[in-house]
Design a protein around this ligand. Structure first.
Ligand code: ADE
Ligand code: ZN
Length: 335
């Protein structure tokens, strides 16, 4: 239940970087426990630096803060803190991104990263279903991505897919063909960030060269009419994160966000939170931005929630059950 007594709209969270849920207070708590020196005077000083000008200005702080994550328990606590929030947000299913290269490069074993995250997933299995998507850092060499995939092979039963994130411009999807080919051979589902800061052509490449099943962000696809027609025809899921796009300057303001245009074009969009500890709110705040900041109707908001489940890597029975829950929620609401 929410504070209004109305249960929250059921939804799936498909675009969430678990490291992006590291709240400033947790950065300080873990730094104290792990004896990591921080270059900030305190929590408020750190928060004051969340005034981003673009994707890179965010990534600099995001990677720096990760230095406090050292042990299997740290990863378990990070993911548990996030999963505990899910019921109040109506989140029934999560496919969370993680960035192993950002940890293994600091000497944290892959076993501790995946082990900690799966400890949390298992501990919260009664409240929310959750899967992991291993992301490759596109601003690092392809060989590092290949090495990361090899290091993850013992844990593939706990990983549903692979993604591609980090600094987009100048790092096109086509660079990562070999490692995505291998990931698909291993049975992993491919997704990629594309068309966030980078051009619509990166969305095409993600589809054509990497065979992605979902596009993360994809907001710049609207600049290419033919691509929009293709995305509509194929019902390609696009995981859109309105607060992130505004906070990183990918759109000049919420009122100019292309989500209404994407819905009007009948694209398969859903709404998510990206890095909620950094961008001013979890998935409910992104839904609120869509509803209040973009003037979406109740019906459109319900469509976003349905799309979140139909776009998830769920078995058909589970997917249909969740969609049923969305419909009953919508049917039970006063007009
Ligand atoms: N890693 C974490 N958040 C990201 C974003 N919004 N874009 C690319 N890489 C990311
Ligand atoms: Zn993202």
């Amino acid at each position: 239940m929410t504070t209004t007594g109305i249960p929250p709209l059921p939804k799936a969270e498909l675009h969430l970087h678990i490291e992006g849920t590291l709240e400033p207070e947790t950065v300080f708590a873990l730094a104290g426990r792990n004896d990591v020196a921080l270059p900030y005077a305190g929590v408020e000083d750190l928060r004051a630096r969340y005034d981003f000008t673009d994707l890179q200005s965010f990534l600099d702080v995001y990677y720096a803060n990760m230095a406090v994550l050292r042990t299997r328990d740290d990863f378990a606590e990070l993911a548990s803190a996030y999963l505990r929030r899910c019921p109040e947000q109506g989140v029934r299913h999560v496919e969370m991104f993680f960035d192993p290269q950002a940890h293994t490069a600091r000497g944290v074993p892959m076993a501790d990263v995946v082990g900690g995250l799966t400890d949390a997933v298992d501990a919260h299995a009664g409240e929310v279903s959750a899967g992991l998507i291993l992301c490759f850092l596109r601003d690092q060499p392809v060989a590092a991505a290949e090495e990361t995939l090899r290091a993850a092979e013992p844990y593939l039963d706990r990983i549903v897919g692979v993604g591609l994130d980090s600094a987009e411009v100048g790092n096109p999807p086509s660079r990562f063909v070999p490692v995505f080919d291998r990931a698909r051979e291993l049975g992993l589902r491919p997704v990629a960030h594309a068309g966030e800061e980078g051009p619509a052509s990166y969305v095409r490449e993600a589809l054509d060269d990497l065979g992605v099943l979902r596009v993360d962000h994809g907001i710049r696809a609207v600049e290419d009419e033919e691509l929009v027609a293709r995305l509509r025809r194929d019902r390609t899921p696009l995981t859109v994160c309105p607060l992130s796009n505004v906070r990183l300057g990918c759109v000049p303001g919420m009122a100019l966000h292309p989500l209404p245009e994407m819905l009007a074009a009948d694209l398969n969009v859903s709404v998510h939170s990206d890095d909620p500890a950094y961008f001013g709110g979890y998935v409910d705040a992104n839904y609120a931005a869509a509803r209040e900041g973009l003037g979406l109707t109740d019906e459109q908001v319900v469509t976003l929630a349905e799309n979140s489940f139909t776009s998830a890597f769920l078995e058909p029975a589970a997917r249909d059950a969740f969609v049923g829950e969305v419909r009953s929620w919508a049917g039970g609401r006063p007009a």
